[in-house]
Design a protein. Structure first.
Length: 135
C-alpha cells in the first residue's frame, strides 16, 4: 500500500517475553530472539532492546536516539560495560552468596530457592567455571 508516494509497511511484531536487563546477563537470549533476526530493521531491534532495559543498563544508553545508526552504538556500550566475562561470573557468585536463606518449609518456596541456586551454578559452569574442584 502506498500513501503520498511512500510505501507503508505494517509489521506485526511478535510478542516475546524478553528478560529485563539492568546490568546482569541477558545478551544471549536477546541475540537469539532479536539481534540476529534479519527481518527486523535496526530501529526495531533498538526499540526491543530499550524495552528490556532497566536501571543501570537503561541509564548507560538513555541519551541515544532510537535510530538505525545508534543501535550498534548502544550494543557496543552495553557489551563493553556489562558484557565482561569476569563481571558476569562475579554477578552469579554474588547472587549465590547474597541469596536469602530458605526459612520457609513450603514446597513452593523450597523449589524456587533450589531453582535459583541451580540457575546460577549452571550459568557458572557454562562460563567455564569448574565448581566441583577447588583451585
Amino acid at each position: 500500500m502506498k500513501q503520498n508516494g511512500e510505501a507503508l509497511y505494517h509489521v506485526n511484531l511478535t510478542k516475546w517475553e524478553l528478560p529485563k536487563f539492568d546490568g546482569d546477563t541477558f545478551w544471549e537470549q536477546f541475540e537469539d530472539q532479536i539481534h540476529r533476526q534479519s527481518e527486523f530493521r535496526d530501529t526495531t531491534k533498538f526499540t526491543y532492546l530499550r524495552s528490556c532495559l532497566t536501571r543501570n543498563a537503561l541509564n548507560a544508553i538513555d541519551g541515544l536516539a532510537v535510530t538505525a545508526a545508534n543501535y550498534s552504538v548502544a550494543i557496543e556500550i552495553l557489551k563493553s560495560r556489562f558484557g565482561r566475562r569476569d563481571l558476569i561470573i562475579q554477578t552469579h557468585i554474588r547472587k549465590l552468596l547474597d541469596g536469602k536463606p530458605c526459612n520457609d518449609a513450603s514446597l513452593k518456596t523450597s523449589r524456587k530457592f533450589y531453582d535459583e541456586v541451580v540457575l546460577h551454578i549452571r550459568s557458572l559452569e557454562a562460563l567455564g567455571k569448574n565448581l566441583h574442584h577447588r583451585s
